[in-house]
Design a protein around this ligand. Structure first.
Ligand code: PHE
Length: 346
């Protein structure tokens, strides 16, 4: 019996049926109900125990070799059986490949920069790690001035022994306005989108970083009327024609006079809702005429030039447009949240 098994094993290894029919014949010959291998197992049953011990293993190997060969043949011949018909079925529906979308903050930023670029504003960028001069001093925040506390700042030490802490994560993109004016000559007409940082406890309503778009327009004869008309136009474009605006006096060290601008609530159209705390108005930005001190700090002659500046938080605008109730959603990268904006690819 041992020789038989050996001979069959060699036969199996050597055989290579060319067609599906031959492969099937092979299967029937070795593994079919009346085939060689079941017959060998039948004989095996009646062998004395010592021989069983000796032959059991090789018999199992033989069966395995035959089954493997059959599988191989099936795969091989099914491919060749398909010969003559195209191996690619073009009528099958395609596999969908998931497409990413823009982050809602990027969507709104793009929309804002688009509106201002139509008004002739270019886009300026600057570093997120700033020195004291660009983030504060040039903007008319004298050292020790209480206005510095308006923006809870993350200070950075260049080395552990340095106590001057004159570097910080920028608290607003007004720092880019300073850089722009220092580097060029008026007129300036640009917006500054970017990420800013404030030392706030993270909650649904506050975060330690957020995004701003600030704007600056400096030229001869720029007035508060220009500021109002520019921002009025911006709001009609962003929230729809008919959106009302109102300006309330405010204070910023770098603008004089300063104002905060409210718009009629885009969610309840001014009727009163939770978003506008039932006042019908929501604040969206700070603005004002650039303080003459700031102009001269940046090398612009305040006797000749005037300008306006404004700054808004993109998260706030996004909340108004999409009614996102929790600021943390913007930075958690939860695809269930982000996927809702996929149709808005622009
Ligand atoms: N820099 C101000 C802020 O971050 C916004 C602002 C910009 C206000 C320009 C007035 C003029 O709060």
């Amino acid at each position: 019996m041992r020789e038989k098994i050996q001979a069959y094993l060699e036969e199996i290894n050597a055989s290579s049926p060319a067609s599906a029919e031959e492969a099937e014949q092979f299967r029937i010959r070795f593994l079919g109900r009346k085939g060689i291998i079941p017959a060998l197992f039948e004989t095996f049953k009646s062998l004395p125990p010592e021989e069983k011990k000796e032959l059991g293993k090789s018999l199992n190997q033989l069966k395995q070799a035959a089954s493997e060969k059959v599988n191989q043949l099936k795969n091989g011949t099914s491919r060749s059986a398909a010969q003559g018909t195209p191996s690619l079925d073009l009528s099958l529906p395609g596999e969908p490949s998931p497409v990413g979308g823009r982050h809602p903050i990027s969507l709104v930023e793009k929309e804002i920069t688009g509106i201002f670029s139509r008004l002739g504003f270019s886009v300026a960028e600057g570093p997120e790690i700033e020195d004291d001069w660009h983030n504060f001093s040039a903007l008319n925040f004298p050292a020790e001035h209480p206005a510095r506390d308006m923006q809870d700042t993350f200070f950075i030490r260049r080395d552990p022994n340095d106590t001057s802490a004159d570097m910080a994560l920028r608290t607003h993109t007004s720092s880019v306005q300073v850089r722009l004016m220092e580097q060029g000559k008026p007129p300036f007409r640009a917006i500054m989108p970017g990420r800013v940082y404030r030392n706030e406890a993270i909650s649904a309503r506050a975060h330690c970083f957020f995004h701003q778009v600030e704007g600056l327009y400096v030229d001869e004869g720029v007035s508060f009327a220009d500021l109002k008309q520019t921002l009025f136009y911006f709001v009609q474009e962003l929230f729809g024609v008919g959106t009302k605006v109102r300006f309330r006096p405010s204070y910023f060290p770098f603008t004089e006079p300063s104002a905060e601008m409210d718009i009629s609530c885009s969610i309840c159209q001014g009727d009163g809702c939770a978003m506008c705390k039932h006042t019908g108005w929501v604040e969206i930005l700070g603005c004002g005429m650039v303080d003459p001190n700031v102009l001269s700090n940046c090398g612009v002659d305040p006797a000749r030039y005037t300008g306006f500046a404004f700054g808004m938080g993109i998260e706030r605008i996004t909340n108004l447009k999409y009614q996102v109730k929790d600021l943390r959603l913007f930075s958690e990268n939860d695809v269930r949240f982000l996927a809702q904006f996929q149709s808005e690819i622009i």
